[in-house]
Write a protein that binds this ligand. Structure first.
Ligand code: ADP
Ligand code: MG
Length: 604
């Protein structure tokens, strides 16, 4: 039998490789833009015609190439970025495979012009289907221009597979955005069919985002900034109220490279649990700086998929960083609680002797003697942070009365300077459902049910409620269908943490001997039925954490309902408690709890 194995000519091998690296115009754009970045360019122009079918040109002001390199760069495995296998583990550049230009030159007509900064003349190379047609000296500006004409001219099958121009252009735009977003210090222009689509000037990350998506993006995001031994995470995550029904702008970058990483994307989304409604998604632009030896970007030819050695640590850090940004800024920027700079202490008068701060307390105060609150169904009584706001302030007034002394105290100076006291403001209830009050920054409107849900949920999740359990005089039996009884058994340990005492009485009956103080024993069966229905619904959706589910549905059941009339003190208590929550502005199920209307918007 004759020998049948052939070594494929380079041009065919390159065409095959091209199938992996360049499957549509957008991938050629990506390779060219990345090469320009690797060449240290500070200005990059992208010029495209007919969605990349007839022309893709990238012009940069980077380091340029020597005559020899300008020819060699079209050879397969020709790269200046690695020299030995070890270099693969310390890659700081976008390219390293030395495949892109060889692949592009195999399936298009390419014209390269390049000049190094210290050379008088540049060099021009024309190559077509891997054949060098021409190389000569030319005069050109510093840097490199590569024009890719008639992509897939010799691969009709692939050309025929291209989608219509609008789709191919949108792919190119997406690639352009991915590159330009994270290389925000570089100037870019992008022309399509002679029309200027983007004209971007180097700046910081947020400036670039705003240049690309509009200035109003600045208000829609919170900054993230977290530095650990494993990774430095920085960027922006959207405020919960700007979550969308589809996964829109979700950009994750590693070492200045856009990546797809479902687990890390999930880490960001996970941080929004309880903050946005189900089936809504946050937007984010996050950059992870990781030691290159801790990642493998070699697993995919286009290098958008990467593997991390410290994947689980990264997951935790990314989620925590996002959560922290949401909590920290969510409170600080939305509420503008008496900003510190407004407090303007006068200089101490002559003769002022500072006093040792003293702790004043009322020895007769018994927190368990607080009076019952009818409207709220006694729900907020166990909140230790706020306590009774009104009585708290009365107590404080007495306690902080200046001691009869000749010396001027700081308290007196503050009173003289009319620093506004942080007292509870009068509240008004509207339509039995909304609480209206004032804040330094405007009119405050609160959805009482959503707000109360947030307060209870946070309390339940923080284990605080154990102390509030009360023994029932007559234990109550509750009964469920066999399927529901199974689910209910699963919930018992968590219910016990919340102050319930529950024992099994046969397969489908349970006896409840203690409940949290707020719960009426006559409504137990109804409460558990509702919890089960809710719990099943929530479990079917995105939540997998049992305790979160339970607390969410308990909070919903236990919250004061719309239509319940509230007393002045109860409303003030609710506002105080709400502002003690780390994330006060949305309920655990994602509903807005409050709006602050600034004075200038009131009559507009
Ligand atoms: P890789 O980027 O993986 O090294 P490419 O085929 O994309 O492979 O490029 C081959 C080589 O050509 C690069 O390593 C680089 O030395 C050179 N090169 C490509 N584009 C440019 C450019 N715009 N400016 C300077 N050098 C370039
Ligand atoms: Mg490259």
């Amino acid at each position: 039998m004759p020998d049948i194995i052939n070594i494929l000519p380079d041009s065919v091998a390159n065409q095959i490789a091209a199938g992996e690296v360049v499957d549509r115009p957008a991938s050629a754009v990506k390779e060219l833009l990345e090469n320009a970045l690797d060449a240290g360019a500070t200005k990059i122009q992208l010029i495209v015609k007919d969605a990349g079918r007839t022309l893709i040109q990238v012009i940069d002001n980077g380091c340029g190439m020597s005559d020899c390199d300008a020819r060699l760069c079209f050879e397969r495995h020709a790269t200046s970025k690695i020299h030995k296998a070890d270099d693969l583990f310390a890659i700081h550049t976008m390219g390293f495979r030395g495949e892109a230009l060889a692949s592009i030159a195999a399936i298009a007509q390419v014209e390269l012009k390049s000049k190094m900064h210290d050379s008088e003349l540049g060099t021009q190379v024309v190559i077509e289907g891997s054949d060098i047609k021409e190389q000569c000296s030319c005069s050109c500006s510093n840097g490199t221009s590569i024009a890719v004409k008639n992509l897939f001219y010799n691969v009709p099958a692939r050309r025929n597979f291209l989608k219509k121009d609008s789709i191919e252009l949108s792919h190119i735009e997406e690639i352009f955005r991915r590159v330009a977003l994270i290389n925000y210090n570089i100037d870019y222009t992008f022309h399509h069919n002679g029309k200027l689509l983007y004209d971007l000037h180097g700046g910081n990350f947020m400036e670039r985002i705003a240049q690309m998506y509009g200035q109003n993006y600045q208000e829609r995001f919170y900054p993230v900034n977290e530095s650990t031994d494993v990774v430095k995470v920085y960027g922006f995550v959207s405020k919960p109220e700007y979550a969308r029904k589809s996964r829109g702008e979700q950009y994750l970058f590693v070492n200045h490279r856009f990546i797809k990483h479902p687990a890390l994307n999930a880490a960001v989304e996970k941080a929004y649990t309880d903050l946005i409604p189900d089936h809504y998604y946050p937007s984010y632009f996050l950059h992870l700086e990781v030691d290159p030896s801790r990642i493998d970007i070699n697993i995919h030819p286009t290098k958008t998929e990467v593997k991390f050695i410290d994947e689980s640590a990264l997951f935790t850090i990314v989620r925590a960083a996002t959560k922290r940004a949401l909590g920290q800024f969510g409170l600080a920027t939305e509420l503008e609680f008496n900003p510190i700079q407004e407090v303007d202490f006068p200089p101490a008068p002559k003769g002022y002797v500072p006093q040792q701060p003293q702790v004043h307390y009322n020895p007769d105060y018994d927190p368990f003697k607080s009076s019952s609150k009818a409207g709220m169904g006694n729900i907020v009584t166990s909140q230790p942070r706020g306590g009774q706001w009104t009585s708290f302030f009365d107590l404080k007034k007495e306690d902080t009365a200046p001691e009869p002394t000749q010396q001027t105290t700081l308290t007196e100076m503050q009173t003289e300077n009319k620093v506004p006291p942080s007292q509870p403001q009068p509240c008004l209830q509207l339509m039995g459902s909304y609480i209206v009050s004032t804040m330094p920054s405007g009119l405050l409107v609160i959805d009482q049910q959503a707000a109360h849900e947030r307060i209870i949920y946070d309390r339940l999740m923080s284990h605080e409620s154990n102390a509030a359990a009360q023994q029932l005089l007559f234990p109550v039996n509750c009964q469920f269908s066999p399927a529901d009884a199974d689910i209910f058994s699963e919930l018992i340990p968590d219910l016990q943490k919340q102050g319930f005492e529950i024992g099994a009485l046969g397969q489908t009956t349970f006896v409840v001997s203690a409940t949290p103080a707020e719960i009426k024993d006559s409504e137990l069966q109804q409460l558990f039925d509702q919890i089960l229905t809710e719990y099943k619904g929530i479990m079917m959706q995105k939540f997998s954490d049992r305790r979160q589910c339970l607390c969410r549905s308990l909070a919903r059941q236990m919250s004061v309902k719309a239509g319940t009339l509230l007393q002045q003190a109860e409303m003030q208590q609710l506002i105080a408690d709400l502002f003690c929550c780390p994330i006060p502005h949305v309920s655990p199920s994602g509903k807005k709890t409050m709006a602050i209307i600034p004075p200038e918007k009131l009559l507009n």
